[in-house]
Every structure is written in structure tokens, then in C-alpha cells.
Design a protein around this ligand. Structure first.
Ligand code: A3P
Length: 295
């Protein structure tokens, strides 16, 4: 694939007030005609919250834990990314057309931009949320390495934009809250990155129960082992190194960067942390959602 000149760092484009990557914004219109199947499963997250991790776990479950089957294609082909669009590369919708049922789908969209068919047909959702500080740090590094994003500027500048919802996909705060609320009316399994990190086996069992499946203990252990950060980091079908370097530059920051909870402490200054905490307390006031910022 050859990167054409203007794919590098175009400015964000707003759709219904939500800032999106330019090409993804162009995908939103056609996406509204999405035809879903009742056995589809949607993996939804705000970016950098463990999407790829859960995608790999689910593909392993769907492929009967056969590693060679999970190595059939890169993760973005195995789990089509609904709003993905980039010149010269198959779009999420095009990839989806080639995907046999039962299908795993991925999105980062807020509810206001989600195709209505997914809601109308009560497609099951697994939502992964991750604490905002680790997301912000992970997102900043991702903005730097993935050239479809605008230039993130300084960390301080990026953090301000993150708090203001002026980054791709908009407000983290609104995203985690509205998908949390969706549980009242829709089949959503809401999980936390920190919980998966702490006890992957327990969280994978919740996933299995949500899917109406069960697996022997040793098979669950096998999934835990093969979806560990270390294993996924060295797996080219999971680590995004199959994407051309002019789109994702792993020398700037690898996609599989650290994979831990609490890394924000290495990036936030004391002043940034105080400012963030004050803003967080105001924005999350009255919300039942509780995040862990360290383990
Ligand atoms: P870091 O940048 O903090 O390392 P997403 O897939 O939603 O884009 O999320 C990417 C983040 O999840 C990155 O975080 C990445 O390292 C982390 N990640 C990916 N696979 C993981 C795994 N198996 N275990 C723990 N973290 C993982």
C-alpha cells in the first residue's frame, strides 16, 4: 500500500459535533445503512482502552482456541473496524462484507454516531473502559505514531484537549458514561481494562457467560496465556506491525507500548495531575462509574 500525500495528519472533522479523523468522518454517512445480523457481537471502546486485547480474546473464543486460525489475518481484518476508512486500504465496511458469520465488529463511536440498526436489533455489546489518565497517555503516544491523527502538539496541550473532548472521538467522560447507561436498555457487558489486567481469567469467564458459552479451565488458561501483553506484542497478527510505517510508525511509539495500569505517573506532572483531578471530580460528579488509576 502506498500512502498518498494528504493522508498524513489531516485536521479533525466534526460530525454532529463529534471530532473525528477526517477519513473516518467520511465513513459515518454510508455506515448508517449498516445491515447487521442478530449473531453479530460489537466490541465498543473509547480509543486506547484495550480494544485490541478484547478483540484477540474474542477471536480466540470464536476460533475454538486454534492459534493457527487466529493467525489467519491481522486483527483489523479479523475484527472489522466499522468506521475505518483510509485511502488505498479496504474500509471497515468493505472488510465486513468479506467476513463470515458469526462476526466480531469493533467501534469507538459515541452513541450519537452509532448505526441505529445495531441498537434496533439489540446486537450484543462488550464495552471496555479504562481509567482516563492511562487512556490520555496512551492516546498521546498513539497520536504521535499513527499519522492519520493531527499533530498532538505538546503533552500539556494534548492533555488540555483531552479534558475538553477536543480529540478524535470527542469526550472520554461522555463516552464511558453513555455506554454505561445503555446497559439499562441494551445487552451490554461493561468491563474494565484494570480488572482484566488484574484477573484476566475472571473477566474472560464473564465474557463466556455473556456469550452463553463455557470452556474447560485449562482452555481459559490457554486464552489468558496467548493474549498476554508479551504474547500479543510479539504477534504480528495482533501488534499492528503489518500496517505500513508511514501510517503507523512503531519507532516513534510501538502500538503494544506498555500494557500496564498506572503508567500515567511517568508522564503527568504534579500540577497536571492536580488540574486533571479537579476537572475529573466535576465532570464525573454523581456518576456511579468508579475507575481504578492503579492496581
Ligand atoms: P498502552 O499504550 O498504555 O501500552 P486499544 O487496543 O484500545 O487501541 O488499546 C491499546 C492499549 O492497550 C495500549 O496501551 C496497549 O499496549 C494495550 N494492550 C494491548 N494489548 C494488551 C494486552 N494483551 N494486555 C495489556 N494491555 C494491552
Amino acid at each position: 500500500m502506498e500512502l498518498v500525500e494528504d493522508t498524513s495528519r489531516p485536521p479533525l472533522k466534526h460530525v454532529k459535533g463529534v471530532p473525528l479523523l477526517k477519513y473516518f468522518a467520511e465513513a459515518i454517512g454510508p455506515l448508517q445503512n449498516l445491515t447487521v445480523r442478530p449473531d453479530d457481537l460489537l466490541i465498543s471502546t473509547y480509543p486506547k482502552s484495550g480494544t485490541t486485547w478484547m478483540s484477540e480474546i474474542l477471536d480466540m473464543i470464536y476460533q475454538d482456541c486454534k492459534l493457527e486460525k487466529c493467525r489467519r489475518a491481522p486483527i483489523y481484518t479479523r475484527v472489522p473496524f466499522l468506521e475505518f476508512k483510509c485511502p488505498g486500504v479496504p474500509s471497515g465496511l468493505e472488510t465486513l462484507e468479506e467476513t463470515p458469520a458469526p462476526r466480531l465488529l469493533k467501534t469507538h463511536l459515541p452513541l450519537s454516531l452509532l448505526p441505529q440498526s445495531l441498537l434496533d436489533q439489540k446486537v450484543k455489546v462488550i464495552y471496555i473502559a479504562r481509567n482516563a489518565k492511562d487512556v490520555a497517555v496512551s492516546y498521546y503516544n498513539f497520536y504521535n505514531m499513527a499519522k492519520l491523527h493531527p499533530d498532538p502538539g505538546t503533552w500539556d496541550n494534548f492533555l488540555e484537549n483531552f479534558m475538553d473532548g477536543k480529540v478524535s472521538y470527542g469526550s472520554w467522560y461522555q463516552h464511558v458514561k453513555e455506554w454505561w447507561e445503555l446497559q439499562h436498555t441494551h445487552p451490554v457487558l461493561y468491563l474494565f481494562y484494570e480488572d482484566i489486567k488484574e484477573n484476566p481469567k475472571k473477566e474472560i469467564k464473564k465474557v463466556l457467560e455473556f456469550l452463553g458459552r463455557s470452556l474447560p479451565e485449562e482452555t481459559v488458561d490457554f486464552i489468558v496465556h496467548n493474549t498476554s501483553f508479551k504474547k500479543m506484542k510479539e504477534n504480528p497478527m495482533a501488534n499492528y506491525t503489518t500496517i505500513p510505517q508511514d501510517v503507523m510508525d512503531h519507532d516513534v511509539s510501538p502500538f503494544m507500548r506498555k500494557g500496564i495500569t498506572g503508567d500515567w505517573k511517568n508522564t503527568f506532572t504534579v500540577a497536571q495531575n492536580e488540574r486533571f483531578d479537579a476537572h475529573y471530580a466535576k465532570t464525573m460528579a454523581g456518576c456511579a462509574l468508579k475507575f481504578r488509576f492503579e492496581l
